[in-house]
Design a protein. Structure first.
Lengths: 371, 270, 530
């Protein structure tokens, strides 16, 4: 930026001239930055006129008002009751803590902003200046100097004369770069069966004993707990079964009306027929949406649909929970149900197909491809 | 099964669902009344005339306002209204007191509105429907139960069972094809209890074995605390508690708009 | 520069001298203080983002004093009654504690969130201004690209910040992100396992996101913002065309005191607006959402508005899953989620190069274009805006459906049709409007302004008197060249560059009272009156 400052101009002002006013020197400074004043006049015709005084008073009062509100903010911050004390109405002072802080600090900031802006708009001189842009590259001389400098550097290092050295340096540095990135490998973990096996897998999580169903509080689930047209979220009754450790295990247990259960039995995919996946009027579907994994848990007991609230996929409960609307492409896997001797629900096996969102090597069954 | 055939049959199946549902309820109700008439006969003998008169008054109201859809003796009419046999008084009082019934026009679901009957009249109709075939009832000491309830426990249950449709903040939400889960704002304890018990319309039922009356009271206590009793601590406006969608609207309507006006002022020639 | 004799040796001068002796500041300081900036309201939009970012750093530092990014299981025993005794992660507990147990913590959290929304919203508005005026053209392509990168860094920084409290809503967002990650062919499951340290959600992701949120991405944002602003400074700001304004100059006012005062004032104003909003409008009430649990969800689960566009695309995209038996599946979400996002990064990033290529425009441009003067670009921009708006509305389609009692399925279908038809219609209409506006400008330049005065010529025909914009030249012609600058459309705006009438809602036509008596002229500052 300083390159053009050195340009000697014929009309350069002699700064040693004692007759120069401050403004003359200032304007010369502008001129050396290639700036020309187009228009420059005081905002008010007479310094200290009534209007100017009035404007100064307005700005000053805004500064003072800002200080007042800042003080109020500090006072409210320290002395206004703020602790949450249970259910409260608008009469309780602590519910006003946040609004009061916001309004006092906000007004303080707004007032000081208005004061500064008004000062700039109403009290600074009216001005219009024009500056040369000097767009584009450097001067041809500068370019030549730079080019020769770089060439000299390259030549000094002998980059062209010592090709072997350059290659050796590259070959040496490349593994070093690799070594620098390698520790990120600590993040890599084999996904293994995390996407295909859930907490309902008896072999992996329950020593081969069939996994029973429990509610979130740990109570085991019996058929008489769910009324017709009712639903219940069940988890594998294993250690931490309802926790996020088994994020793809939550299942929705639904009790259908008798004739609805019949319809579902008629529609059942062969793979579910083979394992007799229903128990009485009960059916259990994975709660994890096959689209991207939100819990598809909005059970509509009249229209017999399951809706996922994240992307509005809708599944037909009476037809293997196949998608009928929205972006999901696969049915919600059914958990084969049974009731043991003690009258508790258990899962006869893990889901027959992996629940949740798809991934590239997801094993799919012919039943799914028919959809 | 060929997918195309299934698709062709899909709409017919859905259309028939209501009809079959109605039919099933008629059969169930019919069987019920065949096997248990003696029970009612006995009750009628034992109980005071006051109960009887409630049933009679209820029947009068039923015959003027409900019969056109729900049919004679609550048997239901195909394609217009389901049978009411076996639904119980809780269901009737819920539907009538929230203004959902009588229905003004058929639609995806009955909207809540101004009730057409007084609470007393609703009780009478409830008594009549209860007489046709019993269902669940609201415990008499519900208020005391809610008073003693555990709000945090209720919150846990609410999030597992209710928030998926009614939302974290109880504001309600959209269901498929025009149906809606209503807002819980201003809903009474009794209505909340009745709704859980009977599962009106698309709502699943929560039997007492699944959510005990105490757990239902916990949920009610939580809903009343969060939706109706507590004031939002984070400001004067909660933006309808709709979450990020109204927050996004607010930043453009309030933040960006006010600052755009500010830029016009700042850069404007004075 | 030699110190001038004769001036009073004040303390300031002395201090300045001492500094200059050591750092040689006099030259560069004068150069910077005198730099000329053009003045227009639309040049202030980027500053909203800049100053929001500074506030984000300040409030974020406060929050970091109290937030603990840990997924250790704890039982809440704070003062918010409906969560007492509920099991949750340490992260969620500390986010609750900083809202309820820390004095003024809640408003700080709300300021942080509102400032984020304002940061992202103002980036969008600023980006539209740059796009529609062609300010991204050479030599400023690099700065446009940096701007696009800043948006996407902000996008991920915001999404990660939204995930940190580990509440019900943020966990749902993470779950969707995980589903999208998994959908990538071949590497998806591995990337997901690396991100979450195994199966979703694991117990590491919050700690990982935290260091990204408070260190890596802010560092990137800060570095890019510095370069972004420095480039504006070095390359000098663009300006609107007009009399006296060329490709080779800048017309405006000095950096000091005018520009800098306006900047400081605007910064404080922005902070004031954010603070007031944070006190008045509740945002992200995490205590209502409960801790994240994989089986729990809420109706109307949305991301923040800047992510909603992606969510809308995912909602609208049909259920096209590609399967090749036995082992290859390409999920539907891959297209809008991964390919869609990739295109949303790459196409805007490369737009300046594409336009350069297709318009065969190799020159440098320091003068802006009015949107109407480049109809193709403007129409393309409006097309993208319509696409974005349909996406955002669809991202909240369940809230719309619920609030206005529309069928959810109808909303989805409207979005699906709208996102295809809307942009096309928008392109056509915008193109016609641009041409129409140009045409009107040309008419005014050629024939003058309509005055509303009807005359009757001797033949009895009526005609309207037009006021030419220029003095007739020696041949009596008054036509002016079309230059792409502002054309007056009203009689009272003739002869000046900017409108003479003032007033926001209603035009005030009296000259401002500047304390001068009638007819008195102000003198230009000439002699350095002290």
């Amino acid at each position: 930026m300083s390159a053009h400052n050195d340009d000697k101009r014929p009309d350069e002002v002699d700064l040693s001239d004692p007759k120069l006013s401050r403004f003359d020197v200032y304007r010369e400074g502008l001129r050396r930055d290639d700036i020309e004043i187009l228009h420059y006049e005081p905002r008010y015709a007479k310094p200290g006129s009534k209007v100017e005084k009035r404007m100064e008073r307005i700005v000053a009062s805004m500064f003072l008002g800002s200080g007042l509100f800042a003080t109020l903010f500090v006072v409210a911050y320290i002395w206004w009751p703020w602790e949450y004390e249970g259910a409260a109405t608008w009469r309780d002072p602590q519910t006003w803590y946040t609004p009061i802080l916001g309004v006092t600090l906000g007004l303080s900031l707004l007032l000081i902003a208005l004061a500064v802006l008004t000062w700039a708009k109403k009290l600074l001189p009216v001005e219009e200046l024009v500056q040369d842009r000097h767009d584009g590259g450097s001067s041809p001389d500068d370019r030549r100097f730079a080019e020769s400098t770089v060439d000299t550097v390259v030549d000094d290092m002998g980059l062209k004369r010592r090709p072997f050295l350059v290659k050796a340096a590259l070959l040496g540095a490349a593994p070093l770069g690799l070594a620098a990135v390698a520790p990120l490998g600590g993040l890599i973990k084999d996904p293994g069966d995390m996407l295909t096996v859930t907490g309902w897998n008896a072999e992996k999580h329950n020593d081969g004993e069939p996994v029973r169903m429990m509610m979130k509080d740990g109570a085991l689930v019996r058929p008489d707990m769910v009324a017709t047209g009712g639903q219940i979220t069940v988890y594998p009754a294993i250690e931490g079964g309802a926790s996020n450790e088994f994020a793809s295990s939550p299942t929705l247990l639904i009790r259908l009306r008798a004739q609805d259960a019949e319809t579902l039995r008629d529609n059942l995919f062969p793979m579910y027929q083979d394992v007799d996946a229903l128990w009485g009027d009960f059916v259990a579907y994975s709660k994890i949406c096959t689209h991207v994994g939100c819990p598809a848990s909005l059970y509509e007991q009249q229209s017999q649909r399951l809706l996922c609230p994240c992307h509005q996929s809708q599944f037909n409960v009476l037809d293997n929970a196949t998608p009928v609307f929205g972006p999901a492409a696969r049915h919600l896997p059914m958990l084969p149900l049974g009731v043991d001797d003690e009258g508790f629900f258990y899962a006869k096996s893990d889901f027959l197909v992996p629940p949740g969102p798809a991934f590239w090597n997801r094993p799919s069954l012919p039943e799914e491809d028919e959809q | 099964m060929a997918a195309s055939a299934k698709r062709r049959r899909g709409w017919r199946k859905r259309l028939g669902a209501l009809a079959r549902f109605t039919g099933a309820l008629v059969i169930v109700g019919g069987l019920y009344s065949v096997f248990s008439p003696s029970l009612y006969a006995q009750e009628a003998d034992d109980s005071a005339n006051a109960v009887d008169s409630e049933v009679v008054k209820g029947q009068e109201l039923y015959d003027t306002s409900c019969i056109s859809c729900h049919g004679d003796n609550g048997e239901g009419i195909d394609g217009r209204g389901p049978s009411l046999i076996g639904v119980g008084s809780a269901a009737v009082e819920f539907q009538v007191n929230t203004g959902r019934m009588p229905l003004a026009a058929q639609g995806p679901q009955a909207p809540a509105g101004q009730p057409s009957f007084t609470e007393e009249e609703a009780e009478w109709i409830g008594a009549y429907v209860e007489y046709l075939g019993g269902g669940g009832t609201v415990p008499d000491d519900l208020a005391a139960m809610v008073e003693d309830a555990d709000t945090a426990e209720g919150g846990d249950l609410y999030r597992v069972n209710c928030s998926s449709c009614h939302g974290y903040a109880g504001g309600g939400g959209a269901l498929s094809s025009g149906a809606h889960a209503p807002s819980l704002d201003g809903v009474t304890d009794e209505e909340l209890y009745q709704a859980m018990l009977i599962g009106p319309q698309n709502m699943p039922t929560f039997a007492d074995n699944e959510l005990t009356p105490e757990q239902k009271a916990d949920i009610i206590a939580y809903v009343q605390y969060v939706v109706n009793d507590d004031r939002d601590p984070g400001g004067v406006f909660a933006l309808g508690r709709f979450g990020p969608s109204t927050e996004g609207l607010a930043i453009f309507l309030v933040g960006i708009t006010s600052l755009l006006l500010a830029t016009l002022w700042i850069a404007g020639k004075s | 520069m030699k110190r001038r004799k004769g001036t009073s040796e004040s303390l300031m001068t002395k201090a300045g001298g001492e500094l200059d002796d050591r750092f040689k500041l006099a030259g560069p300081a004068r150069n910077i203080m005198n730099k000329v900036f053009p003045d227009h309201w639309s040049f202030l939009l980027g500053e909203i983002a800049l100053f929001s970012f500074i506030l984000l750093l300040l409030t974020g530092t406060f929050l970091a004093l109290f937030f603990e990014p840990s997924m250790t299981h704890v039982v809440y025993d704070g003062s918010y009654v409906p969560l007492q005794g509920v099991g949750m992660s340490k992260a969620y507990e500390s986010a609750l504690n900083l809202s309820f147990e820390v004095r003024g913590g809640l408003i700080m959290r709300q300021m942080h969130h509102w400032a984020t929304l304002l940061f992202m919203a103002s980036i969008l508005v600023h980006m539209l201004r740059i796009f529609f005026t062609g300010a991204f053209r050479a030599p400023r392509e690099t700065n446009w690209m940096i701007g696009i990168l800043l948006f996407w860094l902000g996008f991920f920084e915001g999404f990660i910040g939204y995930s940190l409290p580990d509440d019900g809503l943020s966990g749902t967002g993470l779950r969707i992100a995980e589903g999208m990650t998994e959908s990538v062919p071949f590497v998806g499951p591995w990337v997901s396992a690396a991100l979450f340290g195994g199966a979703f959600p694991g117990d590491e992701v919050i700690a990982r996101f935290y260091i990204i949120h408070v260190f890596l991405l802010p560092l990137g944002l800060l570095a890019l913002i510095t370069v972004h602003v420095a480039l504006v400074f070095v390359q000098k700001h663009t300006q609107w065309p007009g009399p006296g304004r060329t490709e080779h100059n800048v017309v405006g006012f000095r950096m000091f005191p005018n520009y800098i005062m306006k900047q400081v004032g605007f910064m404080l104003l922005i902070w004031g607006v954010i603070t007031a909003m944070s006190g008045l409008f509740q945002i992200n009430p995490i205590w209502l959402f409960g801790p994240y649990e994989a089986s729990i969800v809420s109706s109307a689960s949305q991301p923040d508005f800047y992510v909603m566009f992606m969510d809308g695309l995912i909602r609208l995209f049909p259920s096209w899953e590609f399967r090749a038996a036995p082992y290859f599946t390409l999920p539907a979400v891959f297209w809008p989620g991964i390919v869609g996002m990739g295109l949303s990064v790459m196409l805007p990033l490369l737009y300046p190069l594409l336009e350069r290529r297709f318009a065969k425009d190799r020159g440098h441009h320091n003068l802006l274009q009015r949107p109407r003067d480049n109809p193709a670009r403007t129409s393309l921009g409006v097309m993208v805006v319509v696409l974005w708006v349909v996406g955002v509305v669809s991202g909240g389609n369940d809230v719309f459906a619920h609030a206005f009692h529309i069928s959810l399925n109808a909303m989805t279908w409207a979005g699906r049709i709208g996102i295809v038809v809307g942009p096309i219609v928008a392109y056509y209409l915008t193109y016609r409007i641009c041409l129409g506006l140009q045409q009107h400008d040309r008419e005014v330049l050629a024939h003058g302004l309509e005055t509303g005065i009807l005359m009757r010529d001797p033949d009895g025909r009526f005609y309207e008197v037009h006021q030419p914009l220029a003095e007739p030249d020696e041949h009596g012609h008054t036509e002016l060249e079309y230059s792409g600058s502002w054309v007056p459309k009203k009689m009272n705006r003739v002869g000046v560059l900017e409108p003479t009438d003032r007033g926001f809602f209603k035009s005030i036509e009296e000259p401002e009272d500047n304390g001068a008596r009638k007819g008195e002229r102000r003198d230009e500052i000439e002699a350095g009156k002290q």
